[in-house]
Design a protein around this ligand. Structure first.
Ligand code: SF4
Length: 458
């Protein structure tokens, strides 16, 4: 289904629009407040962008440095060219431990590779432990936001879900009570888990450290309690040095959860006697990223630190919600990343999921010029589709607009041809292929006298 078709369906759901509108409005106001506290916000954005661009320019070097550092600290590194390979590696690692259940912290990369489905097909039960991911898993739903995957659900809906799926009779829709119910459900799972699977926000090339920033503490439980930890990371997630956290720890929490600092910041580097997991595996996933890297304009999408600010500020996302994008990455970042990862033939409608207002660019903490990439991808879509009627019409228009003589002739013809269509100073219905233009708007007729004619007469 194209974005336009899915959006059309989503727009009929008034409850969804209400839920998402409320949530994004609240987070925008909070985020603007905490960002305004930093006088050097623009310099920080610039530093965030420059560091990420350096990583992409020298990705081969930083990846090897990172791999060596992880191995030097007793970790095992696995490389996965695509989703199938990444899932195969993880399934084999879990199987080797002999367990049939794993605990998971939120990880977009494993959503991208559809790891949960692969684990289930192999008889391994994945237990999501992030509250919103748990809601999605219990409801057999799909995430609709990068940071708040269940943003489309309100608390009454969550209460009903918990009562049904967790068998809790007496439960109010108070957020604290809902969180407590989830906590009770998860505690036992954490204590018995022997394998944890996590994502990560950053990998530090210099030290081989992986960083995970979160609000609930479930990620920390997943990465410290089990004997075996498997971390799945996209290859673009690297930063050069430990000191670079100085930049990203100011940019990320403020942009994502509108907090000055994340409540839980976990860092792990290989394995350590008597502390944390006894075995650590890192799966580095490409899955189309090196193709994105080859595109000089499109590669900016790999700078993304998954803060979700672009979705919270996007007027299109606010009305359609995340499901309309049919992508793990919804909103403006999804509109530029997914078509590049999955191909224009599968996701070519996404670059059109934008009003090109530029709000996403202003919000992005690492200054990804999303509108520029959207226009670039639209050009690629048009090129790949060859000459269609719209393209032919645009070329004819370009031909008319490039010559004053042709332009004035077209104006005279339009003036003469419009009289049966204009009523009370507006054209409400254009005929044939042009009718789409007036389906949702009126059009003003060509004036009786153009400015040029008026000027010539004086
Ligand atoms: S594109 Fe920018 S604003 Fe959007 S999620 Fe990525 S880093 Fe955040």
């Amino acid at each position: 289904m194209t974005f336009q078709e899915s959006a059309h369906i989503a727009l009929q759901d008034t409850q969804l629009r209400h839920n998402i509108g409320n949530a994004t409005r609240a987070i925008r106001a909070k985020r603007n407040h905490v960002v305004a506290e930093l006088p050097d916000w623009q310099e920080l954005r610039e530093a965030g962008r420059a560091l990420k661009e350096r990583v992409l320019r020298h990705l081969d070097h930083y990846l090897v440095q990172f791999e060596q550092a992880v191995q030097g600290n007793g970790g095992h590194v696995h490389w996965a060219r695509d989703a199938a390979e990444a899932n195969r590696v993880v399934v084999e690692l879990v199987r080797a431990t002999g367990v049939d259940e794993v605990v998971k912290s939120k990880s977009l990369t494993t959503e991208e590779t559809r790891l949960n489905e692969a684990l289930e097909e192999n008889g391994i039960r994945p237990r999501e432990t992030d509250l919103a991911q748990l809601i999605i898993q219990l409801g057999r739903d799909k995430p609709s936001h990068v940071l708040v995957p269940a943003i489309h659900k309100n608390r009454a809906e969550i209460r009903e879900l918990f009562k049904r799926e967790l068998g809790i009779e007496d439960l109010s829709d108070d957020p604290a009570e809902l969180a407590e119910a989830a906590r009770r459900h998860l505690r036992d799972r954490f204590l018995h888990a022997r394998v944890g699977i996590s994502g990560g926000n950053f990998g530090v090339a210099e030290t081989g450290t992986i960083a995970l920033f979160e609000s609930e503490g479930n990620g920390r439980m997943c990465t410290t309690l089990p004997d075996t930890l498997i971390t799945v990371l996209g290859i673009e997630k690297l930063i050069p040095t430990w000191q670079d956290f100085e930049v990203y720890l100011q940019l990320l929490p403020r942009s994502s959860t509108a907090e000055r600092m994340n409540p839980y910041n976990s860092f792990w580097t290989g394995v350590h006697e008597g502390d944390g997991p006894r075995e650590f595996h890192l799966v580095l996933v490409d899955n189309g990223r090196t193709n994105v890297l080859a595109d000089e304009i499109g590669r900016q999408a790999l700078n993304c630190i998954r803060c979700s600010a672009c979705m919270n500020f996007c007027p299109v996302y606010e009305r359609t919600g995340g499901h309309a994008y049919n992508s793990v990455y919804p909103g403006p970042i999804g509109a530029i990343l997914t078509p590049q990862l999955e191909g224009l033939d599968r996701a070519g409608s996404l670059p059109y999921a934008s009003s090109l207002c530029g709000a996403c660019y202003d919000a992005c903490p690492v200054k990804i010029d999303i509108p520029q990439v959207l226009v670039h991808l639209r050009r690629e879509v048009v090129k790949s589709e060859g000459l269609d009627p719209e393209h032919a019409a645009m070329r004819a228009m370009a031909n008319v607009f490039s010559s004053r003589r042709r332009y004035e002739l077209a104006q005279r013809l339009a003036r003469a041809g419009q009289w049966p269509l204009a009523r009370h100073g507006v054209i409400q219905h254009l005929p044939g292929a042009l009718s789409g233009w007036t389906a949702t708007r009126d059009m003003l007729p060509v004036p009786k006298q153009s400015f040029r004619d008026w000027w010539r007469q004086r």
